[in-house]
Design a protein around this ligand. Sequence first.
Ligand SMILES: [Zn+2]
Length: 133
Amino acid sequence: MHTNDAVFLEDLCPKFRLRQWRKSIHRFTGQSCIYCGKPSESIDHVLPRSQGGLSTTENCVPACLSCNGDKSDENALYWYRRQKFYDPRRAMAIRAWLEGDLRLALRLLQWANPNFKVKNKNLEIDEQRYKAA
Ligand SMILES: [Zn+2]
């Protein structure tokens, strides 16, 4: 009987995939908050779960704890418009992200922040490099 193996895999895989998925979301923006550009420490649901938002890549963006906490259960686009750091290019990036066009979202984020570099490797090193510049 292989029942035990099946249970084990089912237990293990979703957790592993969830971790990889969260990592990849942060990697998209080079670990920076999609709203304000500070280091992203959390994943924010653009449409809150309380309003039926799903945990899909389209609905989940990297966010710093301050933005995530301040936004709370509000719709991100409405909340974002009222922020001091509001940038229409970032708002467009969030919209593109919601539509699943991550490439467009990243291009808009790069436009909003010329120092922002998308790289899959050595993100921390890059970040330090432009802090020093
Ligand atoms: Zn933020």
